[in-house]
Design a binder for this molecule. Structure first.
Ligand code: AKG
Length: 357
């Protein structure tokens, strides 16, 4: 089991009012984790136009080599992205006492609070979050007793558009593995599960010693992230190190999650990523966490395995995997692994050697 830390008292500090970084949020020097710089040939996260006739190939290559890419021409209306961002801003701008009325309960998943991965780190992160699973209504009503419907409408519309895009991306990702949506019965079912995670990273008085969101992989099939125009997201690439994923107006960031990693038998690595903060800008991001119906067993696709390429992972349901992640955090994938890497078929997602916090 991964080491857990007791919750620190300063959990609900109003970060926007802080003139100095409190000890509770001061991480050790992050210098050893800075992105590697090679100015002549910067390694950049791929940007894929989904209307490109070669989109399947481009998506496959990006999944294999990076586990993260940005997409343009994705079909989600730009004004919906703007409305979602405005709704997030409005929520996080509420006074702390108001936000706490919608606080996530100790064992719950929905609501306002610090990052759930905080329990695995001795210091707190410079961020606050709001998680929505299912209807936003109950929590929105506590935040705005008389004016919650606009927020709920935007969330519902956003989830609908994200679901459409997630299906399109799944079809491209599976297609690039030589598999169709029909081969994977649950993939085209309506019962897919998802959560929406709103993240706020206020401007920070000492950004070099603070951490917005510590390095982690997502427990999803895939994640669709909208970030505002402030940089902060970094992805880790084997052999390169930490690379900033720059905001591109209108583009969305796609991460391969742990379940796609399992499904692809390690061919598409689940990407380790984190969020940094800065001194002057408030950063906001909205992650759509997309997974299969929660009780469907996910295992390496049979088309991808044979005697030379045995399944590397055992079958898990999403709900079982979430429990494993809550216990083992960044070692969860290794904990459902069946056998060690074979020659030429290495699992690129062994993050045990990467400093995550
Ligand atoms: O804010 C970001 O860019 C990253 C968010 C993220 O990784 C998450 O919500 O899991």
């Amino acid at each position: 089991m991964h080491k857990r830390y007791p919750m620190i008292n300063h959990k609900y500090l109003d970060l926007t009012s802080m003139k100095e970084l409190p000890e509770s949020h001061a991480w050790l020097s992050l210098d050893h984790e800075l992105p590697s710089h090679n100015s002549s040939t910067p390694d950049q996260v791929p940007v894929i136009n989904l209307k490109d006739p070669n989109a399947i190939k481009l998506v496959g290559h990006a999944c294999k080599t990076w586990g993260v890419f940005q997409v343009t021409n994705h079909g989600v209306p730009i004004n919906l992205l703007q409305q979602m961002e405005a709704a997030g801003r409005k929520l996080f701008a509420l006074p702390m006492q108001q936000k706490l009325k919608a606080a996530r309960s100790p064992n719950g998943v929905s609501g306002y609070g610090v990052a759930r991965i905080s329990a695995f780190f001795p210091k707190l992160m410079w961020s606050e979050g709001f998680t929505i699973v299912g209807s936003p209504y109950e929590h929105a009503r506590k935040l705005w007793p008389n004016r919650y419907s606009r927020f709920c409408d935007v969330i519902e519309e956003y989830k609908e558009e994200m679901n459409k895009l997630a299906q399109k991306l799944m079809s491209l990702m599976l297609g690039s593995l030589g598999v169709t949506m029909d081969d994977v019965k649950w993939a085209s079912l309506q019962g897919s599960s998802a959560a929406l995670q709103l993240n706020s990273y206020p401007a920070c008085p000492d950004p070099d010693r603070a951490m917005g969101l510590a390095a982690h992989t997502d427990s999803t099939l895939l994640t669709i992230l909208h970030q505002n125009n402030t940089s902060g997201l970094q992805a880790h690439k084997e052999g390169t190190g930490w690379v900033t994923v720059p905001p591109i107006p209108g583009a969305l960031v796609i991460n391969v999650g742990d379940l796609l990693h399992i499904l692809s038998n390690g061919l598409y690595p689940s990407v380790l990523h984190r969020a940094m903060v800065n001194r002057t800008q408030h950063r906001l991001s909205v992650a759509y966490l997309y997974g299969p119906p929660s009780n469907v067993e996910i295992s390496p696709l049979s088309k991808l395995t044979d005697q030379v390429h045995p399944p590397l992972y055992r079958a898990v349901t999403w709900s079982e995997y979430l429990g494993t992640k809550a216990k083992h955090f960044n070692k969860a994938l290794s904990s459902v692994r069946l056998c060690g890497p074979l020659n030429g078929f290495a699992d690129t997602n062994d993050h045990n050697g990467v400093q995550v916090g």
